[in-house]
Design a protein around this ligand. Structure first.
Ligand SMILES: Cc1cc2nc3c(=O)[nH]c(=O)nc-3n(C[C@H](O)[C@H](O)[C@H](O)COP(=O)(O)OP(=O)(O)OC[C@H]3O[C@@H](n4cnc5c(N)ncnc54)[C@H](O)[C@@H]3O)c2cc1C
Ligand code: FES
Length: 286
């Protein structure tokens, strides 16, 4: 785990911003781009590592700083990806980035998915919309080390077919025989989708999930959680084998400013990934 801790605080300046260069930009949807970055300092890039589910704080000069989940494989060392949806001041300004543009980055921060606990277990992954972003590195890691896991089931829902992220990955996942992948869209106004239509929870009727030896990881809009948790509870998954990633507005990213406080926990430092057992105890979390 490369996350911030009190022992590393003494040695590192947690507010240190490091320069990174845009290597590639891929348009995922009309409002969402996938950016590949590499640190300008090659030694720093070599040392870069993260746990799936951790996030970076990206600053673009004159527009501020915001958190984004890392979405490339943790086994990819020469660069790393962030997938960013334009919703406001900073993220709209990022649309002006081009190859060779320079941004500032801090991190990786936070606690990610429980990768060690997942080894040897069945894994169910449920993503809603942009929530697939922090789940992608888990999926890529599992697929790169497929023998280390039991069954793998991926459920993904987007508002409409055009908003499906990582379409090349989705195609590959759909065609793999060693995992089960199901997707749905809320609506298909253009009549271009031959698959399931409805919210992500309809997918619980399309696959059979065993509660035995199974962990579930979920990330999506806040409204998704209560319905997904209800389905997982019906299956009989205990709360400490269900994990979800919370999103709150952040400032410092390292547990100093209280901007991201939910109940008694800092999303930036104690999360963003929490077990459902813990999340349930945090007022307003799920
Ligand atoms: C741990 C974490 C990981 C994230 N990962 C990603 C990611 O991988 N990709 C991605 O596109 N986005 C991600 N986000 C959300 C991203 O940080 C925000 O979209 C970004 O801060 C918006 O900045 P802005 O200046 O463009 O928007 P602003 O101009 O600040 O705000 C635009 C609108 O978005 C709302 N908003 C901004 N931030 C949040 C938030 N955190 N929660 C709810 N509403 C918000 C504002 O209220 C406003 O309505 C993540 C957030 C967190 C906390
Ligand atoms: S963002 Fe400052 S405490 Fe979490």
């Amino acid at each position: 785990m490369t996350s911030f801790s009190s022992t590393t605080e003494a040695k590192q300046n947690i507010y240190q911003i490091n320069m990174a260069r845009v290597v590639r930009i891929h348009s995922e949807t009309p409002d969402t781009n996938l950016y590949t970055f590499e640190y300008v300092n090659k030694e720093q890039q070599k040392k870069f590592s993260f746990t799936p589910g951790q996030f970076m704080l990206l600053s673009f000069f004159g527009y501020g700083e915001a958190p984004f989940g890392i979405c490339s494989s943790p086994n990819q060392t020469e660069s790393f990806d962030l997938c960013i949806r334009s919703v406001g001041r900073l993220t709209n300004a990022l649309k002006n980035l081009h190859q060779e543009s320079i941004v500032g980055l801090r991190g990786p921060f936070g606690y990610g998915w429980p990768m060690d606990e997942l080894k040897g277990k069945n894994v169910v992954i449920i993503g809603g919309g942009i929530g697939l972003v922090p789940l992608r590195p888990v999926i890529l890691d599992i697929l790169e080390n497929r023998d280390n896991y039991g069954s793998v089931q991926i459920m993904y829902g987007a508002r409409c077919p055009e908003e499906l992220l990582f379409k090349e990955d989705l195609y590959l996942w759909d065609n793999r025989r060693d995992i089960e992948y199901v997707a749905t869209v809320d609506r298909d106004d253009e009549h271009c989708w031959a698959g399931n239509i409805g919210v992500v929870t309809i997918l619980f009727d399309r696959i059979t999930i065993s509660s035995e030896n199974t962990f579930a990881l979920a990330c999506g809009p806040p409204i998704m959680y209560q319905f997904v948790m209800r389905e997982l509870e019906k299956i009989g998954l205990p709360d400490d084998r269900i994990f979800l990633s919370l999103e709150r507005r952040m400032k410092c990213g390292v547990g100093h400013c209280s901007h991201c406080l939910v109940g008694t926990k800092f999303v930036c430092q104690d999360g963003p990934v929490f077990s459902y057992k813990v999340a349930k105890t945090l007022r307003g979390a799920v």
